[in-house]
Design a protein around this ligand. Structure first.
Ligand code: SF4
Ligand code: SF4
Length: 285
C-alpha cells in the first residue's frame, strides 16, 4: 500500500507523521518527495547512503547552423527560448525538457545534453528503507526527481510512505498520483482548516480515500475538526499537544522509538488506514 502524507503548508507535522508511521510499519519504505526541503533523513540518519544523480535533457543550439527562423522560440510554451542579438538563448532553469524544440528545428541545429538537477539518496535505518529526493538550489521543478523516486517503488510489495511537498502544486500532484490513500495532516486553527480544505480538494480531484490526522490538538474549538465533520472525513488520530513530543521532534528524534503511548497511537493510525482502505475498496467495487 502507498500512503501519501500531505499538508497545506510546511511545519504542520507532515514529516513527523510520515517518519513515525514508517517507523511502526515493519519493513516499510519512506520516500521523501519534499525535494526542496527533505528533512526525513535528519530523523532516520541512514548510514553510508548511496547517491544517484537525477538528470534532465536540455537543448543546446549550434549557432552556426541556426538561421534565426524562430520556429523553436514560437514552439516553446514555457518561454524558455529567446533570440537575443541574433542568437538563440536557452533559459535552462525554466526549460521543461519536453524535447519539442529539437524536433521542430528545420536546420537540425538543436541537440540535447544531460543536466543534473539533483539526486536521490538511499539508505536503511531503523529497519526502514529511506529514499530521499534532493533538488539542487536554483532549479525550477522537482517533478523529475519525484517521478524517479516513485518509479523506484513501482513494483515494491512493501508499504510505502510518501512524505509529500507542502501545498497543492504540481509537485504534490505528482507525489499523490500513484498513492492508494492520502493522509491529511492539519493544525487546530482557522488557517489549519483552510490548508486542510486545500489538500482535501486535491485528494478529491484524484479520487483518493482520505484520512485526517489532527496535530497539536488542545481542549476547545478546533476548526480543522469541524471541517472534517462537515465533509465526513474520518479523523484517524488526534496527536495532542505534548511538550515531550515537541522536544524529541525538535532534536530530530523519532517519538515512537522512545515513547510507548505514541507508538500505540501511530500503530492505531496504520490499523485505521488499512481497515478504511479495505472498506473504501469494498464500497467502490
Ligand atoms: S525542451 Fe521544451 S521546454 Fe525546453 S526549451 Fe525546448 S521546447 Fe522549451
Ligand atoms: S528552430 Fe532552429 S534554426 Fe530556427 S531559430 Fe531555432 S535553432 Fe535556429
Amino acid at each position: 500500500m502507498k500512503i501519501a502524507v500531505l499538508s497545506g503548508k510546511g511545519g504542520t507535522g507532515k514529516t513527523l507523521v510520515s517518519v513515525n508511521l514508517a517507523s511502526v510499519i515493519a519493513n516499510s519504505v519512506y520516500l521523501d518527495c519534499d525535494v526542496e526541503e527533505p528533512n526525513g533523513r535528519l530523523f532516520f540518519k541512514p548510514e553510508h547512503p548511496i547517491e544517484e544523480d537525477v538528470n534532465v535533457l536540455i537543448p543546446i543550439v549550434d549557432q552556426e547552423r541556426c538561421d534565426g527562423c524562430r520556429a523553436c522560440v514560437e514552439f516553446c510554451r514555457f518561454n524558455a527560448l529567446a533570440i537575443i542579438k541574433g542568437k538563440v538563448k536557452v533559459y535552462e532553469e525554466i526549460c521543461h525538457s519536453c524535447g519539442g524544440c529539437t524536433l521542430v528545428c528545420p536546420q537540425g541545429a538543436i541537440r540535447e545534453i544531460p543536466k543534473s538537477i539533483g539526486r536521490i539518496e538511499r539508505g536503511v535505518s531503523h529497519g526502514v528503507d529511506v529514499r530521499t529526493g534532493i533538488l539542487n538550489v536554483g532549479n525550477e521543478s522537482g517533478v523529475p526527481i519525484i517521478k524517479k523516486l516513485l518509479e523506484s517503488v513501482d513494483d515494491d510489495q512493501r508499504n510505502v510512505i510518501i512524505d509529500c511537498p507542502p501545498g497543492s502544486s504540481c509537485v504534490v500532484m505528482e507525489s499523490i498520483k500513484s498513492a492508494d490513500v492520502c493522509v491529511l495532516v492539519a493544525e487546530p486553527t482557522i488557517f489549519g482548516a483552510h490548508n486542510l480544505a486545500m489538500v482535501y480538494e486535491l485528494a478529491c480531484v484524484f479520487e483518493k480515500p482520505v484520512f485526517a490526522v489532527l496535530n497539536k490538538t488542545l481542549a476547545g474549538e478546533n476548526p480543522s475538526k469541524t471541517f472534517c465533520i462537515e465533509k465526513n472525513i474520518e479523523i484517524a488520530i488526534d496527536i495532542p499537544f505534548d511538550e515531550e513530543l515537541g522536544r524529541v521532534n525538535s532534536n530530530a528524534g523519532i517519538i515512537v522509538e522512545v515513547d510507548e503511548n505514541h507508538r500505540e497511537l501511530f500503530m492505531d493510525l496504520y490499523d485505521r488506514i488499512q481497515k478504511g482502505v479495505g472498506h473504501e475498496a469494498a464500497t467502490h467495487s
